[in-house]
Design a binder for this molecule. Structure first.
Ligand code: PAF
Length: 293
């Protein structure tokens, strides 16, 4: 496995690899776990793929300095895991390789980025779309893998790829969960044992909503308030949002029909956690926990 901290040698490596098959990028901020492994596995499933993992804690997408500072970092551990998982090349830009000076050019998605995370973390998505555009330009991947756990991010990047005609095919990897349902996240490392136990309530609330919808509930308002109640019962009072939206563009709706997403953001102690579940609801059937795209 080759590790690159500078752009030029990575580009030389990829120029040679490109002739042998598709280049597949898995963008990450490190502190790798089995959720990233699922993304890397999806990348390896592309025939003949050269799999590139980027590891970069992108300061532009943090709207609070304290959150950026507290974000877990484990460079040596990440490199060991990438080698074990058969990654071909890691791009872990050093120092100012990504931002040699203040960033004066931004890529910004409107509509789908403005709500939910966008509303609670001003500037977050323009930081994401700007760094993802830079990574796409640096690596020039044929495909890129994102996780469904960050569903809104996946929709925002999809919109960006569509509207800017970027020649990258997106692959979505399913959310990986702990046995009690907690979605894997680098942020889980910051939970103490009591917080960790309470955090499992997020998944219970998502499943509970699925069961209600399956039983015939179609009111968005009632499902959202049931989710908040379930979270409170499990010791999670600090709910930033618990929202049912259309799954293709996150626009609001009153009655649950078609493909919908239930997206949740909470604070457990000082740690902010997000999760979601997608439901496909027709007159005759309800599919609980399906792929976003
Ligand atoms: O999902 C993440 O880890 C980040 O938002 C990403 C896509 C690597 C951009 O910094």
């Amino acid at each position: 496995m080759e590790v690159y901290t500078e752009i030029a040698p990575l580009r030389r490596h990829l120029a040679a690899a490109r002739g042998r098959g598709p280049v597949v990028l898995v963008p990450t901020m490190g502190a790798l776990h089995d959720g990233h492994r699922a993304c890397i596995d999806r990348a390896h499933a592309v025939t003949g793929a050269t799999v590139v993992v980027s590891i970069f804690v992108n300061p532009l997408q943090f709207n609070q300095a304290s959150d950026l500072e507290a974000y877990p970092r484990d460079n040596d551990g990440d490199l060991r895991l990438c080698a074990k998982w058969g990654v071909d090349a890691v791009f872990a830009p050093a120092g100012d390789a990504m931002y040699p000076g203040p960033q004066r050019v931004w890529v910004e998605v409107e509509d789908v980025a403005a709500t939910l995370e966008g509303a609670h973390r001003p500037g977050h998505f323009r930081g994401v779309t700007t760094v993802v555009t830079k990574l796409f330009n640096i690596v020039q991947p044929d495909r890129a893998v994102f996780g469904q756990k960050d569903a809104q991010q996946a929709l925002v990047v999809r919109r960006m790829v569509e509207q800017l005609n970027l020649p990258v095919e997106l692959i979505l990897a399913a959310t990986v969960r702990e046995p009690d349902g907690l979605a894997l996240s680098s942020r889980n490392r910051r939970l103490d044992p009591d917080q960790r136990r309470r955090a499992a309530g997020i998944y219970r609330a998502l499943r509970g909503a699925g069961e209600r919808i399956d039983a015939g509930e179609r009111s968005v308002e009632r499902v959202e308030s049931a989710v908040r109640e379930e979270l409170a019962d499990r010791g999670i009072d600090a709910v930033e949002y618990a929202a049912v939206r259309r799954a293709d563009d996150l626009s609001p709706l009153e009655r649950i029909e078609g493909r919908v997403i239930l997206a949740v953001a909470v604070r457990v102690g000082a740690t902010r956690l997000i999760d979601n579940m997608v439901f496909d609801v027709t007159r005759d059937s309800v599919i609980i926990d399906t792929a976003l795209f």
